[in-house]
Design a binder for this molecule. Structure first.
Ligand code: C2E
Ligand code: MG
Ligand code: MG
Length: 568
């Protein structure tokens, strides 16, 4: 602290005292105290907010008032300048009072000396710096140097109060990096940390100084955009963030691509409390994530209704899983060459006691998200295997059964073991079981994933690619994965928009599949014409309302008795 200059504001109305303090401070070697004085404490109070002295020295007795108010006011407006009070020697009570009000220290007037003043001022300044540093650390995320959750919440409350008063809009953006866990797990935490810092820097570059950016969790960031005109300006900012973040990130001589999903809530349109805004931004973020990442979503009432319904479905699912509310239906599949019944596709049905009938397209995605698909999936496999066993026992030995698989189900560590246990338990021929898989499973073309399907294939189980034509339809899957069947999606087969183009596409799919030694099955066949055309095009199998709707086990058995010929 040598040779520094310390600006002191002396608040005192006694000219003798003022002279004394000034003289004592002048005596201090190595430090220059620049002292200004002010006699009126109310004057000092009025100018407190804008004042920039380093330290205040204040006499306790100031005419009518006692200076306590000034200390309290300083604390109230968040002023951190230390206030040292000069008190009379006789009253310990006063000493305690000023300290309780928030003074940095007190000095009995009788004991004043150059060295005591010097030491007390410097201690007070040192302590203030230390406290400021602690506060900074408590409010910062050490990795990215952005604000942390606590500080963000404080800003949110303040912005809310100001915006209410001024009738201004503001927006809360909640960001969650896409695939961050994957990057962290595969490339290590150091790279993960580096990536977070880079994201923080990019966000800081992009935002205005008055916007608050915070990291509030592992890969979760929030941005508070104050004084926004309308939602269009927020849209523009979200687009800027998405573009800026997806620039390749050079890390250790290679390039990483990072993207983010963003949920937006607006004040006052969506909520007018900090918690309400955060919850709504969170719902919007959830929606953005489910929409396939690298996008942003605004909260809307419609979204809330939808999410509420989804929550209800999830609750009912939990409640009714493993109860008779669930059953398996079987849709017949026919061989187009000889019109023979080839087998069935097993389709789940849910007749909820709480919510009524809910189609699988609605509840399967929710079962996947919530992880309930694992339990449900096991039940589906068991039920279908038992049914096939029943039919085998009744003499229908050549039946093929297809079971729809969710990607999550296949990732379950003991998936294969469980399936194999059922095959053994029910004495099934593995080749009579087909797993229907959707394209998302094949995006992961890692050795591990390809190996998994090769293993399934080696055990004799058949694999079909469901809904072909609706997803990426990348031909690489057909080459990399050991598929036996390709299912043409129903949108290419029936429906109002099906025309010549679809015909050409179907023909191409059929030729391609046959070239790769795969069978082709068409789903959603609704008319005789569609069935005939597909047959002429060389399609092997078909299912759809033209032949039969999905049937419960009893009706499917009746159909077998009628259509499958005499049980052999
Ligand atoms: P998907 O595997 O493509 O199943 C074919 C869907 O087409 C079934 O709908 C079926 O009822 C319907 N369908 C049958 N005939 C016709 C027709 O002539 N025209 C039209 N337009 N549609 C027809 P469903 O049963 O509602 O199942 C919908 C989707 O839900 C399935 O699509 C499948 O992705 C999923 N799903 C159904 N059951 C299960 C299951 O047990 N497990 C899993 N993971 N997913 C299932
Ligand atoms: Mg299917
Ligand atoms: Mg399908």
């Amino acid at each position: 602290m040598n040779n520094e200059e310390i600006n002191v504001l002396l608040i005192d109305d006694d000219i003798v005292d003022i002279r004394l303090v000034k003289a004592l401070l002048k005596k201090v070697k190595h430090t220059r105290f620049k002292v200004e004085h002010i006699c009126d404490v109310n004057d000092a109070r009025l100018h407190l907010a804008a004042d920039n002295h380093d330290v205040y020295l204040m006499d306790y007795y100031l005419g009518e008032s006692d200076g306590l108010e000034l200390i309290r006011e300083a604390r109230r407006i968040g002023k951190t300048t230390p206030i040292i009070v000069i008190t009379g020697a006789e009253s310990e009570e006063v000493d305690e009072q000023v300290m309780n009000a928030g003074a940095a220290d007190y000095l009995p007037k009788e004991e004043l000396s150059a060295s005591l003043l010097d030491r007390t001022i410097k201690h007070a300044l040192e302590r203030t710096r230390y406290i400021k540093k602690l506060e900074y650390l408590a409010n910062r995320d050490p990795l990215t140097n952005l604000a942390n959750r606590a500080m963000f919440e404080e800003h949110l409350e303040r912005t809310l109060a100001i915006s209410k008063r001024r009738n201004q809009k503001f927006a809360v953006l909640l960001l969650d990096l896409d695939r961050f866990k994957e990057i962290n797990d595969t490339l290590g935490h150091n790279i993960g940390d580096m990536l977070l810092s880079i994201v923080a820097n990019r966000l800081t570059e992009l935002m205005r100084k008055e916007d608050i950016i915070a990291r509030i969790g592992g890969d979760e960031f929030t941005i508070l955009l104050s004084q926004v005109e309308n939602s269009e300006s927020v849209v523009a900012i979200c687009n800027k963030i998405l573009t800026h973040l997806t620039k390749p990130t050079p890390i250790n001589e290679s390039s990483l691509f990072v993207s983010t999903s963003i949920g937006v809530a607006m004040f006052p349109d969506n909520a007018d409390t900090p918690i309400g805004l955060m919850q709504k931004a969170d719902l919007a973020l959830y929606k953005a994530k489910t929409l396939g990442k690298n996008n942003f979503q605004f909260f809307s009432e419609e979204l809330r209704t939808k999410l509420q319904y989804e929550t209800e479905i999830e609750k009912a699912l939990r409640l009714e899983i493993n109860t008779p509310a669930f059953s398996m239906y079987y849709q017949p599949q026919y061989n187009l060459l000889d019109n023979r019944l080839d087998g069935f596709e097993a389709l789940i049905r849910w007749d909820s006691t709480v919510l009524g009938k809910i189609p699988p397209e609605q509840f399967i995605p929710i079962a996947e998200k919530s992880g309930l698909i694992l339990e449900l999936g096991d039940w589906i496999i068991e039920t279908v295997c038992r049914q096939l066993h029943e039919w085998n026992k009744a003499g229908y030995r050549d039946l093929n059964i297809a079971i729809n698989m969710s990607p999550k189900q296949l990732k379950k560590p003991n998936f294969y073991t469980h399936l194999n246990e059922q095959i053994i338990k029910y004495n099934l021929v593995p080749g009579k079981l087909t797993l229907e898989l959707t394209e998302s499973i094949f995006i992961d073309a890692s050795e591990h994933n390809i190996g998994f399907f090769k293993h399934l294939k080696q055990s004799g189980i058949s694999l079909a690619l469901d809904d072909f034509g609706t997803g990426y339809s990348a031909l690489a899957y057909l080459k990399n994965f050991p598929l036996d069947k390709l299912k043409i999606d129903r949108s290419f087969v029936s429906g109002p928009s099906v025309g010549q183009q679809e015909e050409v596409i179907n023909q191409a799919i059929i030729s391609l599949a046959h070239g790769l030694n795969m069978q082709v099955i068409a789903e959603g066949v609704e008319t005789k014409e569609q069935a005939n055309l597909l047959m002429q095009q060389g399609c092997d199998l078909a299912q759809g309302l033209y032949f039969n709707e999905p049937l419960n086990a009893e009706l499917a058995t009746k159909l077998l008795q009628k259509d499958y010929g005499a049980a052999s």
